[in-house]
Design a protein around this ligand. Structure first.
Ligand code: SF4
Length: 428
């Protein structure tokens, strides 16, 4: 693999002591994942069993509903349910029966748990089993939790995908599984690159439809495209599938390293690998160098939020010339993160979990040029004159693989440019 980025550091962050924090969290809950998952899974419906707060969160995160028949909704638990005065299971049966009678297009129904459903210990697993038996084979009913207690917003996707793994059939076929919900156009770019190298058959989790179901077994190898899929990783491993460990496909280097690990697994000749990747690599390199102009020698501080922090710190330090001050992650899963940690040069504080007040104090003391954090922290920090980037945008924007590498760098350089302009205006 020909490199156009610095050689791997003599000491990466794999052995860096981790600052473990347990305190107040400032993150969105896992229901947020429904916003991108329902677009990806064309015959699925997400029924949140929750409160009016959950319904409001979904509506505001989804923005204006433009389709006549949305593919998510909230079954509201009323006070009588919460007080145990009504049989919530019976009520749920009634709501689901009505929904499935009205919507024959639904082939896969997810009952999504929330804080209120967990508080009253509503057994959605039992409900999903009962409904699966009732509505099979037309509809498959699964459940997972999107509750905000002790979770972060990307865990909703992880919980959803992990819930799908056990119901996939068995197979002995040697197949590659790409795991993670990517925008269709980005997913297609990855599939095209793999196909050009002769790698296949390739399956995707989540698939667009239950009709695209495939098997999992001891000859399945899987590559994660999102770093927050630790429960899905465990569920696939339990089914006998093997993980291809690699840095995540962010930027030119991450994408090349990710593809290279998959290519090695499938014995792709080096000259074929080079010929397939040469042109998109050159495009990515050019786009990153243009978009990252304002990032060189600037410092960045990550609050724990999306679980994308470590691969993004690797991208920003190695491809965009930034210096990382602190890289906070909600959870550190070493089997998944090691390849990125090896490439991230030692120096930044590595923190797991959150104690928001302590972390804010460290951030204010460091005065980084750019702070990557959740919406709740961004406004106060901006008011104090600090440039911020909302972590949630990184999940809603296409940022993976070669063709998006320049856009990824641009997401970080824009807030710095905006702040520079504001300063100029203020000076005039
Ligand atoms: S699941 Fe919990 S954190 Fe999320 S919107 Fe509902 S009540 Fe709020």
């Amino acid at each position: 693999m020909t490199g156009h980025f610095p050689p791997p550091p003599a000491r990466g962050c794999s052995d860096t002591p981790v600052l473990k924090e347990r305190g107040q969290h400032e993150v969105f809950c896992g229901l947020t994942g429904i916003i991108w998952l329902h677009r990806k899974m064309q015959d699925a419906f997400f029924l949140v069993v929750g409160s009016r707060t959950c319904a409001h969160l979904l509506q505001s995160a989804a923005g204006v509903m433009i389709f006549a028949e949305p593919r998510f909704a909230t079954a509201i638990l009323e006070e009588t349910d919460l007080a145990g005065m009504a049989d919530a299971q019976e009520e749920l049966d009634r709501v689901v029966t009505q929904l499935l009678e009205r919507r024959p297009d639904i082939r896969q129904l997810f009952l999504v748990g929330s804080c209120p459903s967990e508080v009253i210990k509503l057994d959605l697993g039992r409900a999903a089993e009962r409904m699966s038996a009732q509505f099979a084979p037309r509809v498959r009913v699964l459940n997972y939790s999107g509750s905000g207690i002790e979770t972060t917003f990307t865990q909703g996707e992880d919980a959803c995908l992990a819930a799908m793994v056990p119901v996939l059939p068995d197979t002995d076929s040697r197949e590659l599984l790409l795991v993670g919900a990517l925008p269709d156009v980005v997913e297609q770019q990855a599939l095209d690159l793999l196909e050009a190298m002769g790698i296949g058959p390739v399956r995707v989790l989540p698939a667009q439809s239950v009709e695209d179901d495939y098997g999992i077994g001891p000859n399945t190898v899987f590559a994660l495209t999102q770093p927050f899929l630790s429960d899905t990783h465990a569920a696939l491993t339990r089914r006998g599938a093997r993980h291809i460990a690699a840095p995540f496909p962010f930027g030119e280097e991450g994408t090349t390293a990710w593809l290279s690990a998959v290519a090695a697994e499938f014995d792709v000749p080096q000259d074929l690998f080079e010929s397939v990747t040469a042109a998109p690599r050159a495009r990515a390199r050019k786009a990153v160098s243009q978009a990252s102009e304002g990032l060189r020698d600037r410092s960045v501080f990550f609050f724990p939020d999306s679980q994308l922090e470590i691969p993004l710190a690797r991208f920003l330090t190695r491809e965009c010339g930034m210096a990382a001050v602190e890289v906070g992650v909600p959870f550190l899963h070493r089997a998944i993160m090691s390849p990125d940690l090896d490439l991230l040069a030692e120096g930044p504080t590595l923190a797991e979990g959150q104690d928001v007040d302590k972390q804010l104090a460290r951030c204010r003391a460091a005065r980084p040029d750019l702070t990557v954090c959740g919406l709740g922290l961004a406004n106060p920090l901006e008011a104090e004159g600090m440039a911020t980037k909302w972590a949630i945008e990184l999940v809603f924007t296409p940022v993976h693989f070669y063709e998006q590498a320049g856009d990824l760098a641009g997401l970080f350089s824009r807030p710095l440019r905006r702040r520079g302009l504001l300063k100029l205006e203020a000076a005039e």
